[in-house]
Design a protein around this ligand. Structure first.
Ligand code: SF4
Length: 428
């Protein structure tokens, strides 16, 4: 029988008191999600209604090739555009009409709000409703906010998917929906494993194309592949769908527990489960072991950034032998990360939100071997001699499920190797 993760004898961290901080924070804004979402949703376009800063962020982060037909753009609003808000709406309507006449391949258009005060004054929900009426049925227009005022960078994906849920068709069919934007190759691996277990009719949100989107109803069950989808989770439950809680599919243990939770929902036998997972599981263990030698016994400190912190701490402490000092996350939603918290042995500080100066003091005092943080903190901390891992890399790199487990561990061992090498070179 497949060995499943055991809760530590001393109990997990689900009931550990959470240090809640509500001070200054250092994170990217939710527009960042467009970079992976536009690759995933092949007939969608993301029109950011924002400032030149927003346009620069997207251009530099996405590194758009000049010969590619981009699937995102920025409608830049200047102060003068708001002399009359009616003008701003007219201008937006004209821009959208121009875009859609030039790009008949677009089936879904997202109007993405940002944080300049001029933009906040525009009612993008009303604009999306108006434009949807004009351009349906060929194009559906939705809106969400990627503003840096109210989001961390992964909340952009959550807001995007949550905006889609009310528009999805209704069904009574018993179907499984995988929720979270995974690279196609990783999604195909997950679908392959589920199919091999005999679990059919699996749909994905987001789908690669609008016409493959799932329908939702009271017999829909869904499994999240990303821990930052709290609003999407709530929106799906409002439609009557039921969540399958599980640790997130990072590493051998996480992937096995996630698959097992889904398999149990569909009555898959232990024998079938074992025969489907044994080989990829052995490959994952071997690949993790190759990296874990460098991680074993080292300490790690998580600043709140990607919302992947809790599942990653579970992976690093249980599968790579690391000691977590602090696990900081922008939000701790126990309905989502509770099963991962159950598996983390008590000891680390669990913190939610941020007060960056206080947290920096704690990190400096703890002098961790590895600090996982946002880009803005990484360079200064490196200059102070700490090895860091940019949290944002964890969403740009395929890290889910068995075949990526070694790469996931490698993301954490690399900075330690680099630091050791630099020390060696300095000593020579
Ligand atoms: S949404 Fe706000 S934080 Fe993000 S790039 Fe635009 S101005 Fe900057």
């Amino acid at each position: 029988m497949t060995e499943l993760p055991r809760i530590p004898a001393s109990g997990g961290c689900r009931d550990t008191p959470i240090l809640k901080e509500r001070g200054q924070r250092e994170v990217f804004c939710g527009l960042t999600g467009i970079i992976w979402l536009h690759r995933k949703m092949q007939d969608a376009f993301f029109l950011v209604v924002g400032s030149r800063t927003c346009a620069h962020l997207l251009q530099s982060a996405a590194g758009v090739m000049i010969f590619a037909e981009p699937r995102f753009g920025t409608a830049i609003l200047e102060e003068s555009d708001l002399a009359g808000l009616a003008d701003a709406h007219d201008e937006l309507d004209r821009e959208v009409a121009r875009l859609l006449s030039r790009r008949p391949d677009i089936r879904q258009l997202f109007l993405v709000g940002s944080c300049p005060s001029e933009v906040i004054k525009i009612d993008l929900a009303r604009a999306a409703e108006r434009l949807s009426k004009v351009h349906s049925p060929h194009v559906r227009v939705l809106n969400y906010s990627g503003s840096g005022i109210e989001t961390t960078f992964t909340q952009g994906e959550d807001a995007c998917l949550a905006s889609m849920v009310p528009e999805l068709a209704t069904t009574d069919a018993r179907e499984l929906v995988l929720v979270g934007a995974l690279p196609d190759v990783v999604e195909d691996q997950a679908l392959g494993l589920l199919e091999a277990m005999g679990i059919g009719q699996v749909r994905c949100l987001p789908a690669r194309r609008a016409d493959a989107e799932p329908a939702i109803g009271p017999n829909t069950v869904f499994a999240l592949t990303q821990p930052f989808l709290g609003d999407t989770h709530a929106a799906l439950e409002r439609r009557g769908a039921r969540h399958i809680p599980a640790p997130f599919p990072f590493g051998d243990e996480g992937t096995t527990a996630w698959l097992r939770a889904v398999a149990d929902e569909f009555g898959v036998s232990d024998e079938v489960f074992e025969s489907v997972t044994a080989a990829p599981r052995a490959r994952a263990r071997k690949a993790i072991a190759a990296q874990a030698a460098e991680l074993n016994g080292k300490s790690v400190f998580f600043f709140p950034d990607s919302q992947l912190e809790v599942p990653l701490a579970r992976f690093l402490t249980r599968e790579c032998g690391m000691d977590a000092i602090e696990i900081g996350s922008p939000f701790i939603h126990k309905g989502l990360v509770g099963p991962d918290l159950d598996l983390i042995a008590p000891g680390p500080v669990i913190s939610e939100g941020q007060d960056v100066d206080r947290q920096l003091d704690r990190a400096r005092a703890a002098a961790p071997d590895l600090t996982v943080c946002g880009l803005g903190l990484a360079n200064p901390l490196e200059a102070e001699g700490l090895a860091t891992k940019w949290a944002i890399e964890l969403v740009f790199t395929p890290v889910h499920f068995y075949e990526q487990a070694g790469d996931l561990a490698g993301l954490f061992s690399r900075p330690l190797r680099r630091k050791a090498k630099l020390k060696l070179e300095a000593a020579e």
